[in-house]
Design a binder for this molecule. Structure first.
Ligand code: SAH
Length: 214
């Protein structure tokens, strides 16, 4: 069996598992079945594990999130086609690729230069058209604001007011909140310029959101 066929079979199994865990968004399931997660692994010896439902180390002491976490965060965004999404924490680029595969217009920010350039090149070589930005996610990215949806993929010590300001009224932000090893996954709906509704969706574990560029 060629490795591509094998990877596709493993991807389908992963999608079935994620469905059992409560992922039902049809466009998301299609994206998960399509995006080649193994290509987002910098350590090729780990590629064989790419369709396990686990987080793995990538460059610069960062991780590629667990597929279930990516799926749950994405589902909580309640994406509609062609929405404008801001992602904080590009990392491997896998989450951005999933959002793009669902038809979103994606702007993604990474604070670590080395990882930023590597992932930018990877996304480009895979023909995944997302806007990659080197910067500090605490500041968001005003030139393209407001966003329909904002997803933070690093543990936020607090919800940055600047990011809530860059969210459209009616928009949704999904973020892991907390400074401990595990955080609470929050979904925040912006009801008006001053009113927000928040719900939590259990524990998750992300590397910390840090300020400044490195
Ligand atoms: N979404 C990623 C997983 C991200 S891991 C993926 O799909 O692989 C978290 C990433 O957030 C790391 O790469 C880390 O460097 C980055 N990060 C942490 N704080 C940040 C900040 N303030 N602004 C932008 N990126 C940040």
């Amino acid at each position: 069996m060629s490795s591509e066929i094998l990877f596709q079979a493993k991807r389908n199994e992963l999608v079935t598992l994620l469905q059992k865990k409560g992922i039902y968004d049809a466009a998301l399931l299609k994206a998960l079945a399509t995006v080649p997660r193994h290509l987002f692994f910098t350590d090729s010896s780990l590629q064989q594990f790419a369709y396990e439902d686990k987080a793995y180390p990538i460059d610069a002491k960062q991780t590629i999130s667990q597929p279930y976490t990516v799926a749950l965060q994405t589902q909580l965004l309640e994406l509609k086609p062609a929405e404008k999404v801001l992602e904080i924490g590009t990392g491997s680029g896998y989450q951005a690729a999933i959002l793009r595969a669902m038809g979103a217009r994606v702007h993604t920010i990474e604070r670590q230069k080395k990882l930023f350039f590597k992932t930018k090149d990877l996304l480009q070589s895979l023909g995944i058209s997302v806007d990659t930005l080197l910067g500090d996610g605490f500041k968001g990215f005003q030139p393209f604001a407001p966003y329909d949806k904002i997803i933070i993929t690093a543990a936020a010590p607090y919800i940055p007011r600047t990011l809530l300001d860059q969210l459209k009224v009616g928009g949704i932000m999904v973020a892991p909140l907390g400074e401990d090893k595990t955080q609470v996954l929050m979904q925040i709906k912006k009801l008006s310029e001053t009113e927000f509704e928040q719900r939590d969706f259990g524990l998750c574990s992300f590397v910390p959101m840090l300020s400044g560029i490195e």
